[in-house]
Design a protein around this ligand. Structure first.
Ligand code: GDD
Ligand code: MN
Length: 379
């Protein structure tokens, strides 16, 4: 079915904003802008070019300002910030177009591929298109083997995040509206990866030949590679947040069991309290301890709007979890013959698994529901 975006685009061609992050691109920027303008004219695409420059000492920004009389280009100068990904985000923020194209300003990314990237977006087949080197028809011209290895290795590390064949690509076209309301916190360079993971949008891969930069030097260095690893870690945490939370929840549960036992033994041995009564105190101590740890560590929710409601619902969920555990055990013993030998231990274990899953879901969506917390901080 055709999306409303696609329907609208059938009548009028959408405007395209091309974003060029620059740092010391004096030798490349003029030719990049003229090639882009030529392509936009030839393809009859309404477009604008936005250069986001981080106060390059080589005067890139001045060159762009002078070009503004000839081409539809503007420059945004950043004096207090540096970084490729944040520069691109700034460009996206300033963009008027319905589609944003992000590319390098050193002629490494072929301008001629832009129409192939934006037309499936206009047709509504996808929300993004990425220029990829490591697909049939794509590749790198004049690249040393070491750089190929680094690039492919870096791509491999991102395999758990995206199906994209070239996750370190910096060449993308994306529908502007899919970026609305999404919080981006890229560390370093990989804005394309950040956008794909955070929006989970549909994308296509367009093969490109990546040529070595026309003039000047690459700004890729060890720092950029370290930032990439930090960025990957953040994206994995984002994508698999529920898995991480579940693991933490289980660890908290195990330590809670130790607290429970400690309180039980202390009360029985030191205060001669009946073990069944002591177990109630053990349970309450463990539940309170679990509550605090889960709030602060598992779900990262330091500030709270309805503390009593949250705590009480957590206690209730734990009690219901206990009932589920016993219920599952009962069913397994009664109907699956797990009452003999040591099978009851296995039945109890399965009961614990069921109870823990229930506790986790209840905790995440009721006791620690985001609506209950103000200024909550997520991973
Ligand atoms: N505003 C701004 N600020 N722009 C920057 C900065 C910065 O701190 N650092 C780099 N740029 C700009 C450059 O001027 C260029 O237009 C583009 O970002 C890419 O930088 P290069 O220094 O040319 O990087 P590269 O060619 O080594 O890496 C490119 O290809 C890689 C593929 O292997 C980038 O596209 C990478 O994202 C990509 O992974
Ligand atoms: Mn480059």
């Amino acid at each position: 079915m055709m999306s409303s975006f696609a329907k609208r685009q059938k009548e009028e061609k959408p405007m395209v904003s091309v974003i060029l992050p620059t740092y010391n691109e004096a030798g490349n920027i003029k030719i990049t802008i003229s090639l882009l303008s030529e392509m936009l004219n030839d393809e009859r695409i309404k477009g604008e070019i936005i250069v986001v420059d981080d106060d390059s000492p080589d005067g890139t920004a001045d060159i762009v300002r002078n070009l503004a009389t000839e081409y539809d280009v503007r420059v945004h100068l950043r004096k207090d910030q540096r970084g490729l990904a944040t520069a691109v985000l700034k460009g996206i923020e300033l963009a008027k177009g319905e589609i944003c194209v992000v590319m390098d300003a050193d002629l490494s990314h072929p301008v001629s591929k832009i129409p192939d990237m934006i037309s499936p977006i206009i047709q509504g087949d996808c929300e993004a298109a990425v220029g990829c080197r490591w697909v049939p028809g794509g590749g790198c011209i004049n690249w040393p083997l070491t750089r190929k290895i680094v690039s492919k290795g870096a791509g491999l590390l991102a395999r758990g995040l995206t199906r994209l064949s070239d996750p370190t690509s910096g060449f993308m076209a994306v529908r502007n509206d899919v970026l609305d309301g999404i919080e981006f916190y890229p560390v370093g360079w990989k804005i394309v990866l950040e956008i794909l993971v955070k929006t989970n949008c549909r994308f296509i891969e367009v093969p490109i030949m990546f040529s070595d930069r026309h003039e000047g030097e690459s700004k890729l260095n060890l720092r950029v590679l370290i930032d990439y690893l930090r960025h990957l870690w953040k994206l994995y945490c984002f994508k698999y947040i529920k898995c991480f939370q579940f693991i933490k929840f289980c660890l908290v549960g195990i330590s809670g069991f130790l607290i429970d036992t400690l309180v039980l033994v202390s009360l029985v041995e030191l205060m001669y309290i009946d073990p069944r009564v002591a177990a109630i105190f053990g349970f309450l101590a463990a539940v309170s301890y679990n509550y605090i740890l889960n709030r602060l560590w598992t779900f990262h929710l330091p500030s709270i709007a309805k503390p009593y409601y949250s705590y009480a619902s957590f206690v209730l969920i734990c009690l219901l979890g206990l009932m589920i555990r016993i219920g599952v055990m009962h069913l397994l013993i009664e109907y699956a013959g797990m009452g003999t030998d040591l099978w009851y231990v296995f039945a109890s274990f399965l009961g614990i698994v069921a109870g823990t899953i229930f506790n986790f879901i209840g905790s995440k969506y009721v006791a620690f529901s985001e609506n209950l917390f103000r200024n909550e901080r997520r991973l």
